[in-house]
Design a protein around this ligand. Sequence first.
Ligand code: ADE
Ligand code: ZN
Length: 350
Amino acid sequence: MGRVRGVRELVGLPKAHLHVHLEGAMRGATFDELAGGRGLAGGGFGTFGDFLGVYGAAARLVRDGPRENLMRVVREVVEDAAADGAVWVEPHFNPLTYEDDPRAALELLDAVIGEGRRAGARLGVGFGVLVYARRNGAPAEAVETARLAADRAGDGVVAFGLAGDESQYGPEPFAEAFGIARRAGLIPAPHAGELAGPASVRAAVDRLGARRIAHGVRAVEEPALVARLAREGVVLDVCPTSNVALGVVPSMAAHPLPLLLEAGVRCTLNADDPLLFGAGLLDEYETARSVLALTDAQLAAVARTSVRSSGAPAAAAEEAVARIDAWLEAEDAGNPRSSGAGRTRPPPPR
Ligand code: ADE
Ligand code: ZN
């Protein structure tokens, strides 16, 4: 036998968390405390509408309480990212779901950025906000959201997204908002290819200029589209546990991530809503190794893509990439049983 698989500790693999909704990443214990013992429906969800209902209840709990509760969630999201070996975290947040007045919303956005950066500085994790617009809101609201995001582009906000029910609200009406975000230098990163198929993914690229797509996994239904994503370097911010819980894929074993990677599509691993789906960032990497059978070279490639396609400053991303390469090159990391064994591994692909 060669070396034991899974020898490298995945917590030690530097990575970026790019697809995680701030309120959906609240710790279960924090939810329980804020909810005063009221429970949260978790696990599987019958429909996406059921899921959005539960997500909305969690979000309202934070929104309707003192702002310190929101700041606590920000800190805890950064702490959980650090514990999972992330060097960068980029939560989805929309200040207009908290404050109608744009000036108050901007102040709140600044407070979130400040809190995230302070926690990150303490823990060695970079922090940038992905401001998202709501699909089920009016396109004019999305434009207002994009202007707010653009006001802090390069100053705490790094990306612009679009979330909500993709099956009912296509991307086209949000083209103007994404134009504003792109011109401000924000990474265009809408949800697509989760609740709708290839046409929605194509429209996200063609109409919104998406360079990263939250999910995007249903692109597999059209091989020509998969080839195009690979050719154009569009990144998919994939969330396997979420996809299983919401019935986007029939089972974890059937998840298309390995197929997408083999087709040359750049993919990252993410948790989406850990509070609701029960898995954090590190859990997703562990599952990708244990169930999806990704090799350490593939897991390192996923981590490299995550830091390089994040909003992290280029120097920080390249420093993380060097550490990812070192992780992959370390033969015996974390496994005393494998010392001296396993020299048969081929060199990792670059
Ligand atoms: N909001 C929170 N999680 C979401 C998801 N997985 N898809 C769309 N909108 C969301
Ligand atoms: Zn999401």
